[in-house]
Ligand binder design. Structure first.
Ligand SMILES: Cc1ncc(COP(=O)(O)O)c(C=O)c1O
Length: 410
């Protein structure tokens, strides 16, 4: 028996269970991405560890600071968003979409800063700006971005961020990204765009002048309603500053979620293109129903954002991609909206957009930004169109709308 084996037998069972045999690094690439759950890394020396921590040597720093699976997800989004961007594009991944939004605000705002945001804006962002950041001396003006003159006249000396959403839920208003870019540049402010509803398959705001683009990856990027995350991509110098705030605030994405989100991205174009096609057919069919007062979908020629969408949004053999969220407002107000959502059998009830399952949300009942605040009809129902067959979804909504016509209105 060799000396080394004799020495090994002297180790106690606890020590041996900790220092179990490990596989060699395979030295071969894989098609599926490995999940690096590692929250800490083994260094050869303290000097090497210090170099990695200081960003002066190759390697990974512990846990929330760095993880190869998480970085790989951020790089994937940067690659799709930056396909034809004028500058290099880098990315940072966050624990949720809201973690990404708050990191952007914490990085580029300070007490006394002013923000412009659209109305309506995603409810979580509205709440963050009005309930949280307002306590730290940040002020926000919510402006209808359809009126660029209003946006321009709302800029102040302290305006640091013009915050936009490529498409705004539930009106599906389309942001005039180039117009906003001109205003932001002249003001010395950053143009930050939440592109969750568009995805890079529909529109890539960096190509239209945005400094930073962010996503709730929980939605279309992951796409299967099974993981939570956020991501910001854009100019490397800005992303480096964001990274420091992410590390200091600890709102980093977990490797398991990063794995699921990164995997979802491989089918993103397939899913989104198909959802957009279905949404177009769905919106056109629903608009013809006699119980429907209004349909908000940028693909419809009477939508105020239709022309803008044709300029900004990508197209393929299937036509222009206008996104996959459709807001349907039946006549009859709140009660009709509630009955429409509750009368669906195939579409589920839920406000989470972007998954494979079609979902409907009665906006006035479920959104944090109420219809009254943003001029949204109390009957509006926002559909996130999934991957089911269009004819089945149309049959489902038609049946629910038919039954509204027999409903007594108060
Ligand atoms: C447009 C938009 N931005 C931000 C968020 C927040 O994302 P998360 O739920 O991942 O925090 C959402 C969530 O639905 C969203 O729709």
């Amino acid at each position: 028996m060799s000396a080394s084996r004799r020495a090994r037998r002297r180790l106690g069972e606890n020590t041996r269970s900790i220092h179990l045999p490990r596989p060699e690094s395979p030295g071969q690439s894989t098609f599926g991405l490995p999940v690096w759950r590692a929250a800490s890394w083994n260094f050869q020396s303290s000097a090497e560890y210090a170099d990695v921590l200081g960003g002066e040597g190759p390697g990974h720093a512990p846990g929330r600071i760095d993880n190869p699976t998480t970085s790989s997800f951020a790089a994937a989004v940067a690659s799709l968003e930056g396909a034809a961007a004028p500058e290099d594009v880098a990315g940072q991944a966050f624990a949720s979409g809201m973690a990404a939004v708050q990191a952007v605000f914490l990085t580029f705002l300070r007490a006394g800063s002013h923000v412009l945001a659209p109305t309506p804006v995603y409810g979580g962002t509205f709440s963050l700006l009005t309930n949280v950041l307002s306590r730290f001396g940040v002020t926000t003006d919510f402006v209808d971005y359809a009126d660029l003159a209003r946006v321009q006249s709302s800029v102040r000396a302290g305006t640091k961020i013009i915050y936009a959403e490529t498409m705004t839920d539930p009106t599906m208003a389309v942001a005039d990204l180039r117009g906003l870019y001109r205003i932001a540049r002249a003001a010395g402010a950053l143009l930050v765009v939440d592109s969750t509803l568009a995805t890079p398959v529909v529109c890539r705001p960096l190509e239209h002048g945005a400094d930073l683009v962010l996503h709730s990856a929980t939605r279309y990027l992951g796409g299967h309603d099974d993981s939570t995350g956020g991501v910001v991509v854009g100019r490397p110098d800005l992303i480096q500053r964001l990274r420091e705030v992410r590390i200091d605030t600890g709102c980093s994405l977990s490797p398991d979620d990063a794995f699921l989100l990164r995997r979802g991205m491989e089918t993103l174009p397939l899913r989104v293109r198909r959802m957009c096609s279905t949404a177009m057919v769905f919106a056109a069919a629903v608009a013809k129903h006699p119980a429907v007062r209004r349909v908000d979908y940028p693909g419809l020629s009477d939508h105020p954002g239709n022309l803008l969408a044709r300029h900004l949004f990508d197209s393929g053999p299937e036509g222009t991609r206008y996104g996959a969220c459709v807001t349907v407002t039946p006549t009859g107000g709140y009660q009709a909206g509630a009955a429409l959502a509750d009368g669906l059998r195939l579409a589920g009830i839920g406000s989470a957009v972007g998954g494979t399952h079609t979902k409907a949300a009665h906006v006035a009942a479920t959104a944090r930004l109420t219809g009254k605040d943003a001029g949204i009809d109390a009957g509006a129902v926002r559909f996130s169109v999934g991957l089911e067959d269009a004819e089945d979804l149309i049959a489902d909504v038609t049946r629910a709308l038919d039954s509204l016509r027999t409903m007594k209105t108060p």
